[in-house]
Write a protein that binds this ligand. Sequence first.
Ligand code: AMP
Ligand code: ZN
Length: 470
Amino acid sequence: MKIFDTLQRRKVEFVPIEEGKLTMYVCGPTVYNLIHIGNARPMIVFDTFRRYMEYKGYDVNYVSNFTDVDDKIIKAANEEGVSSEVISERYIAECKKDMSDLNVKPATTHPQATKEIDGMIRMIQTLIDKGHAYVAEDGTVYFAVETDPGYGKLSHKDMNAMMSGLRDLQVSGEEQKRNANDFVLWKPKKEGEPYWKSPWCDGRPGWHIECSVMSQKYLGDTIDIHAGGEDLIFPHHENEIAQSECATGKDFCHYWMHNGFLKIDGEKMSKSLGNFFTVRDITAQYDPMVVRLFMLSAQYRTPLNFSRELMEQNKASYERILNCTDKLKDLLKTASGDELSAEEQEQKAKVEEFIREFETAMEDDNNTANAETAVFEIVRLANSTAGEGSSKAYLEYVLGVIRTLCDGVLGVITDRKAEGLDAEIEDLINQRQAARKARDFKTADAIRDQLNAMGIILEDTKDGVKWKRA
Ligand code: AMP
Ligand code: ZN
């Protein structure tokens, strides 16, 4: 498995700390609103990476946090006249619903910042005791970046160039800081804000400390992989490294994975541009599996553009997969034969070739784009080779491969949703058959039109009427 490590700035071979085990931390959302479609990218791409590692037999301990104390949450709470907790708990529940719709596996642990305050106070105290942090007059605790010779190694920033003078600090109202890059570990409470008691002042933690503390608590001092969107490289992840490594004296994390950004029609998504979409907006229009297929259609580090046209393309691709599995399942109802024919043996060898292509793609820094291509090749092969004469063994084999790679690893569910509608459709089809039998063609045609309007296409075959969704 090769991973592009942001810290080393190159693709490197992944070697786990403990053989057969993977410890992974993915920075999760700040919960003050429904998650947007950009937030879904890290969720889906790193969930797929996790699924692949599990497919390879790894025992994965996957942690993803919810940031539930933050200025934006407090603002939303004040606007609604409720507590921050009401806002964060509501949007954690909504986020979990979106994740479930998108078939993102729940993390092994989903810690929340507000439930880990004691651990944060302990780590901050350690940093003060070791001379890496200082307490300002008003009780704010800052991390002193100059005490960490490694500071800047992840974002590859030249810290000397970033050191600003005292005047700059005065201008920005941060004259308490010793250095412009020093960042907040703990800050005093303000009127109307949630706060906790601490040795320095009543207040709340800065943002970065939560991830250092939760990563250590749930995964250990040193972990295999830390991941998130590329906007988190600086300052968030740079600061996490500084806090953790200065507190423990050990390496914080061996590999850093960062996803590229999702843009909308080539532009940055923003409320002011009117191109801001929540996951909920999109899943109201498209099956969440189409969203998933779309998200995985590019390698995770490349920028990805979201457009209606691309969604339509992915919708068609998803329908192709569903039609294939529908066909295989249908054939299996009557198929027999536990042995592959000589010809089927050859087809199986071709499928195995595509499985190798799938694995090669995933081993190359989670290249889901190429992995999807391999799945489409298998679907194409299945469509052209499976038929009435196919053995049960062959059909089961091909369906099993699709289920393992597509459902299992890509997380794209290939079973058509057993919508409550199915019974209604079958019912209409039976009524149409009855009408035809009674030579009432007008009624039969009307029912066919009604079904067409519902997006159902009927096919008259020698085994009776079959239907599929358009
Ligand atoms: P936030 O709630 O802003 O902290 O974001 C949660 C996660 O979503 C982080 O890993 C971000 O880097 C990521 N993220 C936010 N916006 C986008 C975007 N437009 N494209 C891809 N990832 C994003
Ligand atoms: Zn984080």
